[in-house]
Write a protein that binds this ligand. Structure first.
Ligand code: C5P
Length: 399
């Protein structure tokens, strides 16, 4: 339950200490990271591709010409929360300082905006060479984090500065680099997404137009800020997010059953799912004839948020969503505030979905309202951006 979804890209360049990165990979995994390894061609003289695939449990890409349709250098640059290159040879440092991109790893580095940690390891003379010193200075000025190599025995009989440091020292540098975006580390967050469906017969259901995009955006953002995320998703067609727990449900009652079990163990619940308000009284195992459809009897579904807020422990945060068809902002605000109070929520995001707006779209606009009556007017922004704004609010409420 609740694995941590942060992803790290481990670049390995061609130095003898590449074998030490096998231990680094394991320690990063122990730390809860998903690790993709990108070795340079030269590094394969020291550690083979199969070793990296076996240790990481993931496919290893090395060149720009495999799976080209997935544009691996761009997708890997975007997907990873941090890049660490260990060992970083003098040649690789020179290439990065020059902004060159002649293989997969250097392309990814140029394309990525994530924090980058370099772990130089080489003979003392190479490390102290003014060319290397200048390259390291240039890279530091550009924001690369360069871990100082250790001093000690080199390959052969030499002794000096240039040794590959212990994995713990590298992981400390990685943790420090991630601190700015690690404000949800150690927090367990449940996020619901999509829209529940209430079956009428084997063919028909009562449902709604929720696509699940906002819930998935929240899950992705929360995982990359270090949270342990459990996504409870109803009838969405979105691709799975790696590294988070996903439970698929269909109906409101199934969603409630999962949340009844999981809610006591989480720090926050974000209910972005659109839960069907009613279900049919008697589900029919056989198709109901057209003539009988107008006699369908409906009954209200349980209100999941209301039922869970009654069991809320001190410190737990509940965030609700409300989709309305109200264009007047004051009325929208009053309506959402009433819902926030009636469901004992800490915060609610309300939006006006009239005319087919927002459901299924990549953008959203609305109001964020909290218990202290603070209101944030959200102009039209992407659902990814809203996810980060809501999580910023959540972090401040979690304390
Ligand atoms: O009352 P309304 O359906 O507008 O409230 C919306 C919020 O309440 C959403 O966060 C939704 O996930 C949640 N909800 C619920 N159980 C229901 C209906 C809605 O938890 N039966």
């Amino acid at each position: 339950m609740f694995p941590r979804g942060r992803k790290i890209l481990l670049g390995v360049s061609g130095g003898i200490s590449a074998y030490k990165s096998c231990d680094l990979l394991r320690r990063l995994q122990d730390h809860g990271f998903i690790v993709d390894v990108v070795p340079t061609q030269a590094s394969l003289n020291f550690v083979g591709k199969s070793t990296w695939e076996a240790l990481s449990g993931r496919k290893v890409y090395m060149d720009l010409w495999s799976d080209v349709e997935k544009i691996p250098h761009i997708s890997m640059a975007k997907e990873n929360d941090l890049i660490v290159i260990a060992p970083a040879t003098a040649d690789l440092l020179a290439k990065l300082a020059a902004g060159r991109a002649d293989d997969l790893l250097t392309n990814i580095v140029l394309a990525s905006t994530a924090p980058k940690v370099l772990v130089p390891a080489m003979h003392t003379e190479m490390w102290l060479n003014p060319a290397t010193t200048e390259n390291v200075d240039t890279l530091r000025k550009r924001g690369f984090i360069v871990v100082e190599p250790d001093e000690g025995r080199m390959t052969g009989t030499d002794i000096g500065v240039g040794r590959y440091p212990e994995s713990t020292k590298i992981i400390k540098a990685i943790d420090d680099a991630l601190i700015a975006t690690s404000d949800l580390v150690g927090k367990k967050i449940i996020i619901t997404a999509g829209g529940t469906r209430e079956p009428i017969d084997p063919i028909r259901f009562i449902g709604n137009r929720s696509s699940g995009k906002q819930g998935f955006a929240l899950a992705m953002a929360a995982a990359s800020r270090g949270a342990q995320v459990h996504l409870v998703t109803a009838n969405t067609e979105l691709p799975n997010i790696e590294g988070i727990t996903v439970t698929n449900v269909e109906t409101a009652e199934q969603m409630l059953a999962v949340l009844d079990l999981e809610f006591p163990h989480c720090d926050a619940l974000i209910m972005s799912a659109a839960v069907a308000d009613a279900k049919v009284v008697n589900y029919s195992d056989f198709k109901i004839g057209k003539e009988s459809l107008n006699t369908l009897a409906l009954i209200k579904n349980p209100d999941i948020l209301k039922s869970l807020s009654g069991t809320k422990k001190p410190g737990q945060i509940l965030i609700g969503f409300a989709a309305e068809t109200i264009s007047d902002v004051k009325e929208l605000e009053a309506n959402a505030t009433a819902k926030l109070l009636s469901k004992s929520l800490d915060m609610i995001y309300v939006n006006n979905v009239a005319g087919g707006a927002i459901f299924g779209s990549n953008v959203t606009q609305g109001l964020i309202i909290d218990r202290d009556k603070n209101i944030i007017q959200v102009p039209e922004i992407s659902k990814d951006t809203l996810a980060d704004i809501l999580l910023d609010q959540l972090v401040s409420k979690l304390g």
